[in-house]
Structures are given as structure tokens and as C-alpha cells.
Ligand binder design. Structure first.
Ligand code: COA
Length: 331
């Protein structure tokens, strides 16, 4: 039976570092508060001439190089993003053109911080169906363009970056010990759409609209409620995929959760009974990069030699929608 294997990973973050000290000069906050409440010490900010496709392109090139695949071999390019270059065309099409992957289908996927897991899930379904054998999934964001830099409760949390994976079809069976995706599980709860949203800029409150609130083009979040659901839903998704595979949390070599807040990650880790070595955490350096956070963290872990062939890896996501999900794979 056909399954999906990760053939290569890549990532890219902009050069410009914004520290907590810099934020202290912009809003009423402190390094102590940000570190204690979130674990974040600094984040990356895209240059004025960089858009989401530029970050995604750099990550994609790194992933293709790691996979030893030429762009012309790609059959599908999926970009998970909440901050596309434009309403249309899709950021995936802009990246396709830059890569010269002209034979591929390309489209964007909107699932905010869960976008990468949603992207893996869609790509896996296409590969298992036999439609495509070589797929590129990118998570790329320029959150700095939608963050309200006057709102201390949210502007300290987010950053820019991109990560990517090249996926290939395999005829070996991951459940029987071969490399590949074992289970993906995705969920949504649209009733809680207003927990995290950017209300303006779309068809509801279009640009130039006589807005009641001129800050509608910026991100809004109900932080406390989001925190609680994030922990609960990521734990539930994790348990579902590991139970389905008949493995235990102990068997996982690596858990790569969406990098939202160190306290959320530690709470999930406690609930699942994980050891420190199992948990990947890089949000101290990048903050929350939304759909980019999991592929960046996965790429860093892979390049640091934290995973070996045959290891079980669990990816966990949560985000606006609300959306959440998990992917269990064998490296
Ligand atoms: C946003 C978040 C860090 C806030 O932490 P918290 O411990 O819940 O803090 P609260 O929102 O209860 O705020 C506590 C106080 O700190 C203040 N505060 C908020 N942001 C602050 C900042 N950057 N610096 C200093 N004080 C701040 C609040 O105004 C509040 O003050 P008050 O008690 O005088 O009203 C936390 O709720 C969180 O991480 N939520 C999940 C968000 C998330 O990950 N979203 C993305 C999911 S994909």
C-alpha cells in the first residue's frame, strides 16, 4: 500500500532579531513578564521587502536540497499560511514560479497555526490516493504584518519564518517499521472562531471600509480561553494518534508541538508524561510563527541529529479556527 515519507526538511528565518528589550521600548511590558508568561526571549521580523513567499521560497529550497529533489519533479505545492502575499493568487503559485516547478499544482491552505498539520494531512491523502508522488508542503508566515504593535497582550507573542518538507510516495509500510506518516488527525471548532482572528481585510470588513474600529486589520486574541483549549485539544489529538498506532508516549523519540507558549507546551508535556529530551522547544528564539513553527522546529531537530531512522515522532498543532491536530510518523 502507498504511504507518505518525509524525504527532506528545510527552514528559513529572517535575519532581523527583535528582542524583548526592544519591545519594552514599544509597549508597557518587561523581559521578565514575557519570559515568565511565555518563554519567548526574541523573535525574527521580515525585512520591509520580504513577503511570506520569500520566506517560504528559501525554506522550500533548503528542503528540496535536503531531499535531493529538483523543483521540476514536484507535482503538488501546498502553502499553509494565514498571512499570504495577496488575497490571490495563492502564495503557493508565487513560490512555484520562483522555484520553476511549473508542472505542479499549487494552492494555499488556511488553518492558521494548525496549517502545517492540515497541509500534511491533505498531502498524505493525495499521496495515498495515488494522485501525486512528490509533494512540497510549506508553512510560512509574516505575522509581524498583522500583529497590533500597540497591543502588549499579543505583540510579544508572534514572529516571522518558514519551514518546509518534501514528501514522497513509498510502497513500504510505516506501521510495520518503515519510514513514513502513520496517522494524521485534524479537527476544527468554528463556533470559537473569535478566540483568535484578524477581523478586517477580507470581504466582511474590506480594506477601505468605513470601519467602526480602525484596528480591525490586526490580530485579536482571547488569550486565557485560548490557552486552556489549546492544552486540552492538543493532548486529546496526541492521545488519539498514539492510541490508534498502539504505542505509548514513552515510545516517542520526539514531540514537536506548535510553538505557542512554553507554559502550554509544558502543560501538554506533563499531561502526556514526557521527558525533557522528548520535547522540542525553540520558541525562546522565534516566538509563535503560526504555520511555520512546526516545520522550523522539525527541521532544526533533524539537522541537530535529534532523530534517527525508525524513531517515532509526534507533531501537534493548535490554532485559530479553532483548529487542531496531530501527526504520528516514523522517521
Ligand atoms: C497571552 C498570554 C501569554 C497571557 O498570559 P496570562 O498569564 O493568561 O495573562 P493574562 O492575560 O491573564 O494577563 C495578566 C496580566 O498581564 C497583563 N499583560 C498582558 N500582556 C502583557 C505584557 N506583554 N506585559 C506585561 N503585562 C501584560 C494583562 O494586562 C493582565 O493585567 P491585569 O491583571 O492588570 O489585567 C496567555 O494567555 C497565552 O499564552 N495564551 C495563549 C495564546 C496563544 O498561544 N495563542 C496562539 C495559539 S495558536
Amino acid at each position: 500500500m502507498t504511504a507518505t515519507v518525509i524525504a527532506g526538511t528545510g527552514s528559513y528565518v529572517p535575519e532581523r532579531v527583535m528582542t524583548n528589550a526592544e519591545l519594552e521600548r514599544m509597549v508597557d511590558t518587561s523581559d521578565e513578564w514575557i519570559v515568565a508568561r511565555t518563554g519567548i526571549r526574541e523573535r525574527r521580523i521580515a525585512a520591509a521587502d520580504q513577503a511570506t513567499s520569500d520566506l517560504g521560497l528559501a525554506a522550500a529550497r533548503n528542503a528540496l536540497a535536503a531531499a535531493g529533489m529538483r523543483a521540476e519533479e514536484l507535482e503538488l505545492i501546498l502553502v499553509a499560511t494565514a498571512t499570504p502575499d495577496m488575497s490571490f493568487p495563492a502564495t503557493a503559485c508565487l513560490i512555484q514560479a520562483q522555484l520553476g516547478a511549473l508542472g505542479a499544482a499549487a494552492f494555499d491552505l488556511s488553518a492558521a497555526c494548525s496549517g502545517f498539520i492540515y497541509g500534511l494531512s491533505v498531502a498524505d491523502a493525495f499521496i495515498r490516493s495515488g494522485a501525486y508522488r512528490n509533494v512540497l508542503v510549506i508553512g510560512a508566515e509574516t505575522m509581524s504584518r498583522v500583529v497590533d504593535w500597540e497591543d502588549r497582550a499579543t505583540c510579544v507573542l508572534f514572529g516571522d519564518g518558514a519551514g518546509a518538507v518534501v514528501l514522497k510516495a513509498t510502497d513500504a509500510e510505516p506501521r510495520a517499521g518503515a519510514s513514513g506518516l502513520i496517522h494524521t488527525d485534524i479537527h476544527s471548532d468554528g463556533a470559537a472562531w473569535d478566540y483568535i482572528c484578524v477581523p478586517g481585510g477580507g470581504s466582511r470588513i474590506p480594506p477601505g471600509h468605513a470601519m467602526v474600529d480602525e484596528r480591525a486589520q490586526f490580530l485579536r486574541m482571547r488569550g486565557n480561553e485560548t490557552f486552556k483549549v489549546a492544552v486540552r485539544n492538543m493532548e486529546r489529538a496526541a492521545r488519539k494518534v498514539i492510541d490508534q498506532a498502539g504505542v505509548k508516549a514513552d515510545d516517542l523519540s520526539l514531540v514537536v508541538p506548535h510553538q505557542a507558549n512554553a507554559r502550554i507546551l509544558n502543560a501538554i508535556s506533563d499531561r502526556l508524561g514526557l521527558a525533557e529530551r522528548q520535547l522540542v522547544m525553540n520558541l525562546d528564539r522565534y516566538g509563535n510563527t503560526s504555520a511555520a513553527s512546526i516545520p522550523i522546529a522539525l527541521d532544526e531537530a533533524a539537522r541537530a541529529g535529534r532523530v534517527a531512522a525508525g524513531d517515532l515522532v509526534l507533531l501537534l498543532a493548535f490554532g485559530s479556527g479553532l483548529t487542531w491536530g496531530a501527526t504520528l510518523l516514523r522517521w
